[in-house]
Unconditional design. Structure first.
Ligand SMILES: Cc1cc2nc3c(=O)[nH]c(=O)nc-3n(C[C@H](O)[C@H](O)[C@H](O)COP(=O)(O)OP(=O)(O)OC[C@H]3O[C@@H](n4cnc5c(N)ncnc54)[C@H](O)[C@@H]3O)c2cc1C
Length: 460
């Protein structure tokens, strides 16, 4: 009988186990999680009426994977408030509202008249060859112009990856955009064509923004992790840090830090790439090397609870992002209590600032007090904060989000080839196939189906 060992109890490992359990009743499944809790980057702190996310903030409902899983587990969801569709970027030291319609685009202060003309000129830019792995920055400057790159694309890369767009691979990070250029020649032409097709089919057309409604759960993302923990209570082993993995005859042998040893027929690596690199070294130095090439920047999340009267800005919106060229101290700020009901007690705001990323890699050398000081300085300058916040918490992620850098598509291909040398070895974590929670859950669903159908050529 199959015994599947899943190393890592983040949302990828948990959702994979859950789908496997639904699809194949007879299989033994064990999830080995290093920490005393499951959920990985989906982790909520609740204190004095504040609901603070250490990591994942929510999921968009236009990709239904996570919400379908939540519904199957009976977890109630909450939609973001309508105002949260209002987003800002910093331009010339002030918050400028991002346009959410073609008309708003022409009156928006986010781009200069020249920047707008250049962006519209995208229509006439010939398509690239589509073959080479182009950076997000090179692609955006080539198609949209330097200003749109700096004020629209660069902050988006910070918001999703905390990354450096000069190093991020367009093909790996935004495969859909790469596909639209290859297929339609121009992004604007692609939008027009797809809108027309959607109108004909009486469906919702594509949007230039993130699309979909941001959704979470009343107690934060932890609600989903807790529901999975309950549903998988017999499969989860906590405080089970895997140190090394070996292949012994036809079985996988897993050694834990406390000396325990387990064996299984199938092994799934659902832990971060740098950890995976460490545990696979005993049986494949090549895989270990390939995994170790994926970089992770540090991020500090600073949560601030603030009495409403201390802020000049009413925080009506989702929050703001800081383009790198504006040289701010934070990547951006999320106005959580404006986005979701119940995130702060009545009379208070909850704001979370994200600090660090690929272009600020020494952030965690600072003390919590210093990190909070950076967030407070920026809130004073950008939102008119007066006085001190009433609650301050700093959450640290030493290695936060995997970066899909130039060369990532080729790296993933090579990893796939090396995995095929070993039977029943799989990867399911956010460093392959998309970093968003929706991608993680969707990929877990797909992998569970392939595994139970015995399609072992598919390894992630
Ligand atoms: C600050 C931040 C904000 C984010 N916000 C969003 C958001 O709003 N929306 C969104 O869609 N995505 C967001 N993401 C991305 C999202 O968190 C992830 O892609 C997703 O949650 C990753 O889940 P995972 O299971 O693949 O990896 P992880 O969550 O990293 O889980 C890996 C698990 O492996 C365990 N582990 C590590 N080493 C070992 C070992 N040796 N033995 C056993 N277990 C081990 C870890 O403890 C962890 O539980 C955010 C990420 C961060 C860091």
């Amino acid at each position: 009988m199959a015994h599947v060992l899943i190393v890592g109890g983040g949302m990828s490992g948990l959702s994979l186990a859950w789908y496997l359990k639904q699809l194949q009743k007879g299989w033994d499944i064990t999830i080995l999680e290093a920490e005393a809790r499951v959920g990985g980057k989906a982790w909520t702190e609740r204190e004095d009426g504040f609901v603070m996310e250490r990591g994942v903030n929510g999921v968009l409902d236009n990709k239904p994977s996570t919400l379908e899983l939540a519904a199957a587990l009976g977890v109630t969801r909450i939609r973001s408030n309508d105002a949260s569709r209002i987003r800002y970027v910093v331009r010339n030291g002030r918050l400028a509202r991002l346009p959410d319609s073609p008309r708003a685009f022409f009156t928006s202060p986010v781009l200069s008249p020249y920047g707008k003309m250049r962006l519209v000129g995208e229509f006439f830019i010939p398509p690239g060859t589509g073959e080479r792995d182009e950076s997000l920055a090179a692609f955006a400057i080539r198609r949209l112009g330097d200003e749109a790159y700096r004020y629209l694309i660069d902050p988006m890369a910070s918001g999703i990856y905390a990354g450096n767009p000069e190093r991020l691979s367009l093909k790996a990070c935004f495969p859909r955009i790469h596909e639209l250029e290859t297929r339609y020649g121009s992004l604007i032409w692609a939008m027009i064509t797809l809108q027309k097709e959607a109108r004909k089919a009486k469906k919702k057309g594509p949007s230039a923004g993130p699309g979909g409604v941001l959704t979470s759960f009343p107690g934060g993302m932890e609600d989903l992790a807790s529901a999975l923990r309950k549903a998988l209570s017999e499969e989860i082993v906590l405080n089970a840090k895997v140190e090394r993995v070996e292949r012994d005859n036809s079985k996988w042998q897993v050694q834990l830090a406390d000396g325990r040893c387990l064996s299984g027929t199938h092994l799934v690596l659902s832990l971060p790439a740098f950890q995976a690199a460490r545990v696979v070294r005993p049986f494949s130095s090549r895989l270990s090397f390939l995994f170790s090439r994926i970089e992770y920047p540090p991020i500090a999340v600073c949560a601030l609870g603030i009495k409403r009267e201390k802020l000049e800005n009413s925080l009506n919106g989702f929050g703001f992002l800081c383009p790198f060229c504006e040289s701010r101290k934070v990547l951006g700020g999320l106005w959580d209590s404006s986005v979701f009901q119940g995130r702060a007690p009545i009379g208070y705001h909850l704001v979370r600032c994200l600090i660090g990323g690929m272009r600020n890699r020494h952030i965690l050398e600072k003390s919590d007090h210093e990190i909070a000081g950076l967030a407070i300085t920026e809130l004073k300058a950008l939102t008119g904060l007066k006085g001190a916040p009433d609650l301050v918490r700093v959450f640290r992620w030493e290695r936060a989000i995997p970066q899909y850098h130039l060369g990532h598509p080729a790296l993933v291909e090579e990893i796939g080839q090396w995995l095929s040398h070993f039977s029943n070895l799989f990867i399911r974590c956010n460093w392959i196939g998309g970093v968003s929670l929706n991608d993680c859950v969707l990929n877990s669903n797909i992998l569970a189906r392939k595994m139970t159908e015995g399609k072992n050529a598919i390894r992630f």
